[in-house]
Design a protein around this ligand. Structure first.
Ligand code: 5RP
Length: 287
């Protein structure tokens, strides 16, 4: 088997582990990228087996894949609260579970979907696990086209080498929202949370691919199996929405059964999701 085939097998294993978290009646955020595509495939199988859920895609590409596979889709207008999002990542930092995302170009919608999700399950193969963010991947930053040169200079003033992302044919890559991406190489990032804030303050920046305190859990597949890393403090992404299933017009579907992480499920959440700092200790578990 080639390296690529081996890696695809690992991606599929991580995706299938995460898809087990989906229970009847959930609204599911559908990530973008080659690993997330395996999750969409696995979700389509579960849908054909009778599981009821609806998806909100993080890109046009994923939306098309999900539609073709028969997964029912919905919108934020109908369902502003997502129960669980399953997405890939470019780097996962050991201990903090902070992420770099966006090498697939969908970071803006991915962050919007993550922020509207009670939980963000991340699926990766072992090569994505790093001690420090920035070790292998640049930080993708989505920017407005107007004034791009000025925005680029501001990003470089933060200590990066910023490169305009190009397509295979050498044209500027255009995101689903019509913006451009600057891939910013910072090297190893000592304080990703601070960097995310500093990037976010630059006029012309729409969003960065730094995902801080949002992932929980992370499924990592390597040669020894699929490992699950849980954040002991939950994540920062979700804000409880009183509107999601609260209105009679959007009556909640049958209560899903709880799952192994101790989460009570979308209808029986015991504690509100309040932003808290994450513990540096994330407990690995062998599945
Ligand atoms: C897209 C993303 C992807 O999730 C990330 O690039 C990982 O992709 P892949 O699973 O193909 O390695 O953030 O914007």
């Amino acid at each position: 088997m080639s390296d690529a085939t081996d890696r695809d097998a690992l991606k599929r294993q991580a995706a299938e582990a995460a898809v087990k978290l989906v229970t009847d009646g959930m609204i599911v955020g559908l990530g973008t990228g080659s690993t997330a595509a395996f999750a969409v495939e696995a979700l389509a199988v579960r849908h054909r087996q009778g599981l009821r859920f609806m998806g909100i895609p993080t890109s046009e590409h994923t939306g098309a894949q999900a539609k073709a596979a028969g997964i029912p889709l919905t919108t934020f207008a109908e369902h502003p609260q997502i129960d669980l999002t399953i997405d890939g990542a470019d780097e996962v930092e050991r201990g903090t579970l902070n992420l770099i995302k966006g090498l697939g170009g969908a970071l803006l919608r991915e962050k919007i979907v993550a922020a509207a999700s009670r939980r963000l399950a991340i699926i990766v193969d072992g090569a994505k696990l790093v001690d420090r963010l920035g070790s292998k991947a640049p930080v993708p930053v989505e920017v407005i086209t107007f004034g791009l040169e000025v925005t680029k200079a501001r990003l470089e003033a933060l200590g990066s080498v910023a490169k305009l992302r190009l397509t295979a044919t050498g044209e500027p890559f255009v995101t689903d929202s019509g913006n451009r991406i600057l891939d910013c190489g910072f090297g190893q990032i000592s304080d990703p949370a601070r960097l995310e804030k500093r990037i976010g303050r630059i006029v012309g920046v729409v969003e960065s691919g730094l995902f801080i305190g949002r992932a929980d859990p992370v499924f990592i597949a390597d040669a020894s199996g699929v490992h699950r890393l849980d954040s002991p403090h939950g994540h920062h992404g979700a804000r409880r929405s009183s509107s999601s299933w609260a209105s009679p017009a959007r009556a909640r579907p049958p209560s899903p059964s709880s799952w192994r992480g101790g989460w009570a499920g979308p209808s029986r959440r015991a504690t509100p999701c309040i932003p808290r700092p994450m513990s540096p200790r994330c407990m690995p578990a062998f599945l």
